[in-house]
Write a protein that binds this ligand. Structure first.
Ligand SMILES: [Zn+2]
Length: 437
């Protein structure tokens, strides 16, 4: 058994009853049970906790949730990057999820939309901000985990607007603001400073999302800024996914004119359509323009990041692993992070000398603590959210051509005491819970 803070793990048997770990027994203890799973030679970890997913595009929810289970995730936080709906809406649609799910309310998809500020390039008025604060407060009262900001996706959003919203989050216990920062070019350093200030001034817990994909050429500096702020008492941290390409909707502001300059000469030949008519093709200015106007919800993968920079970020002791899983409607296309993030990150971390316990803590204990979620540890009485894998063979297989391919080497996933993955397949148990704060 491994995981948690224990670097080496211990050899033991786990007994599960009524959705809980009922006992942790010596490895050779004889257990009488309805079902026995022999995990000899395998690692039995707390189920992975993924604090950054997107299943809020409603038609894709099952695809995203099942892909996460197939890589060992048992608990996730959705609605990041400004795109989560009002909690009343997400909770109504998620009474019986596949895994344990918590929701953030997005400043773009929920709040700005709701008050009619649909032009993403202009700031909200004072009256609109006041109405957004009320909507956010009501979602937080109903059980949302917090607020997610998509500043790059709504460039008109002012500091005044996000500060007003963050102040609402700070009224509640155990909530968080997650941020997709404002710029993904050389201005990213200022963009990180902006959200550190947001956290500091409003005394609110803040998570900088998918750092590596936002901070090309500057990831080390940005990670250091966050680490220094945390050291002086600001409640700020960051996460990253282990891929050197990011992915966004074709219609997003990320692909507005000027990206070649922002990414230091990386042009449309670095962009790969992940859905629709051009799927699998590298784009030209013409095909990009056509995709943006005809298929704005289509997905484009941008192969623009540096592999070494991303791996260094993953291995930074402060970095939490999170997938940013999302896919195109109907499972038509995706980024391979939806299916491969956790085994891939484990492989990178092990290659950099991490012990299994240290590597697993970046996807179990640490994210659970950061989000104030149950889970991330196995002890007598804890929820039975468990992931079992073969350490020799646990490997991601998803590629940009076949992004949904599940990893090799996953053996068993238990969610709230029910088997959610066995014999190479996700079961139909749907034993997850909607988490209300
Ligand atoms: Zn994002």
């Amino acid at each position: 058994m491994g995981g948690g803070d224990s670097d080496e793990g211990v050899a033991a048997s786990l007994a599960i009853k009524d959705g809980k770990i009922s006992a942790i027994l010596p490895q050779d203890a004889s257990i009488e049970a309805e079902k026995v799973f022999d995990a000899t030679g395998m690692i039995v970890s707390p189920g992975f906790v993924d604090i950054h997913v997107h299943d809020e595009y409603f038609p894709d929810a099952d695809t995203v949730q099942r892909c996460l289970i197939r890589q060992g995730v048992t608990t996730a936080v959705a609605g990041n990057c400004g795109s989560g709906p009002l909690f009343e809406e997400s909770s109504a649609a998620r009474e019986k999820p596949w895994l344990n799910l918590s929701y953030l309310v997005g400043n773009c998809a929920a709040l700005r939309e709701a008050v009619g500020r649909t032009d993403r390039y202009t700031p909200s008025t004072g009256d609109e901000i006041a109405r957004m604060k009320e909507l956010l407060r009501s979602s937080l009262k109903a059980g949302a985990k917090g607020l997610s900001l998509g500043l790059e996706y709504a460039p008109g959003t002012s500091f005044e607007e996000i500060s007003a919203l963050a102040s609402v989050v700070s009224e509640f216990e155990n909530r968080i603001v997650t941020v997709h920062i404002r710029y993904d070019d050389d201005r990213c350093i200022g963009a990180v400073q902006e959200v550190i200030r947001l956290s500091e001034e409003n005394r609110v817990r803040l998570q900088v999302s998918h750092l590596g994909s936002m901070t090309m050429y500057h990831t080390r500096v940005c990670a250091e800024l966050i680490t220094q702020a945390a050291a002086r008492g600001v409640d700020v941290a960051f996460d990253c996914y282990p891929y050197d390409a990011f992915c966004a909707r074709a219609g997003s502001a990320v692909y507005d004119d000027g990206f070649v300059e922002r990414w230091k000469g990386k042009g449309p030949e670095c962009l790969e359509a992940a859905s629709g008519r051009f799927k699998g093709q590298r784009l030209t200015f013409e095909s990009l323009a056509e995709m943006r106007s005809a298929d704005p919800m289509g997905l484009i993968v941008a192969h623009v990041m540096d592999k070494d920079e991303i791996e260094e970020c993953i291995a930074n002791p402060a970095c939490i692993i999170a997938s940013d899983a999302l896919c195109f409607a109907g499972g038509g296309g995706a980024h391979p992070r939806i299916a491969g993030t956790f085994p891939r990150a484990l492989r990178i971390l092990r290659g950099k000398g991490y012990s299994w316990g240290q590597a697993l803590s970046k996807m179990t204990t640490r994210p659970a603590e950061r989000m104030g979620l149950d889970g991330g540890r196995l002890f007598e009485g804890s929820c039975a959210n468990v992931t079992v894998f073969d350490p020799e063979n646990f490997t991601d297989r998803a590629t940009f051509q076949e992004p949904f391919l599940p990893p090799d080497g996953l053996r068993l996933v238990v969610i709230n005491g029910q088997v959610a993955f066995e014999d190479g397949n996700a079961t139909e148990s749907k034993s997850g819970k909607l988490i209300r704060f």
